[in-house]
Design a protein around this ligand. Structure first.
Ligand SMILES: C[S@@+](CC[C@H](N)C(=O)[O-])C[C@H]1O[C@@H](n2cnc3c(N)ncnc32)[C@H](O)[C@@H]1O
Length: 248
């Protein structure tokens, strides 16, 4: 579905070779006329950028290399670290990798994280941004990003992780934790499936409960119902709630 709407382009002529090979690898068209597509993944000397030409042009560019960002992750998002219990559990499978922010937050707390993302475009964006941030060795080495459907991965898993983390998109009616422009791009890219209450979130959660050794953590909007009706405990913030399921 992504193939018809998205092309790969080069920001400048010296990026053309890289952009062309990326387009082949992703089985997407290479184009010098990106505006004729809905999206363009643009290869530039400062990394990959995703352009969305829907009315106003929106751009998604990830930069995880700045010290400021890395330090913020090391200190912040305490509820996520508490929900996973990063002092006790350091082997985490993130089944909704997205842009990799939560995976990096957990890595900054010392966790080894395997993050899986099913959108090839988001996977490439996150993978490239993490690669750039890795130039100076840091906790980012603890994150491995993989492109596939997590449900397929969970069905054929060999080594069960201590913790499975999932952060499905909030349903359309809920105010999202993501910045507004980023959310607009993700909504347009991923379509309604990821934002629909009746999507495959429940089956991913059910599979996760069977596979995780010590806990499953689900990030939800604070107003959304708890998956399955009850969990072991929750950590509730202003916008977000972490529901923790401890297998018996
Ligand atoms: C809200 S985003 C996750 C954001 C992420 N926690 C972060 O910090 O950047 C949800 C992501 O889950 C992905 N997703 C949903 N179902 C999936 C599945 N079955 N396998 C892999 N990825 C999935 C979507 O493509 C989307 O990128």
């Amino acid at each position: 579905m992504e193939a018809k709407r998205i092309c790969v382009s080069a920001a400048t002529s010296d990026c053309e070779d890289r952009a062309y090979s990326l387009s082949k690898e992703m089985k997407l068209e290479f184009s010098n006329l990106p505006q004729t597509f809905e999206f363009s993944l643009v290869v530039s000397s400062s990394g990959f950028k995703l352009y969305y030409f829907g009315g106003e042009t929106l751009t998604l560019h990830l930069d995880y290399s700045q010290e400021m960002v890395q330090n913020r992750w090391k200190r912040g998002r305490i509820d996520l670290a508490r929900a996973v219990d990063t002092k006790k559990y350091t082997n985490v499978l993130d089944v909704t990798g997205g842009l990799g922010r939560d995976a990096l937050t957990l890595a900054a707390q010392g966790c080894r994280v395997l993050a899986i993302e099913r959108s090839k475009v988001l996977f490439e964006l996150a993978q490239e941004a993490i690669g750039r941030a890795r130039v100076e060795r840091g906790p980012w080495d603890l994150v491995q990003f993989v492109h596939m459907d997590s449900a397929d991965y969970l069905r054929q898993i060999d080594e069960r992780p201590q913790v499975i983390y999932m952060d499905p998109m909030f349903s359309l009616s809920k105010k999202n934790a993501l910045p507004k422009k980023e959310l607009q791009v993700l909504r347009a890219l991923l379509g309604s499936k990821d934002f629909d209450e009746k999507s495959d979130v429940e089956s991913l959660w059910e599979l996760s409960l069977k596979v995780a050794l010590n806990r499953v953590v689900v990030k939800r909007h604070a107003m959304e119902p708890i998956l399955g009706g009850k969990c072991s405990f929750s950590l509730t913030g202003k916008v977000v709630r972490y529901d923790v399921y401890v297998p018996s």
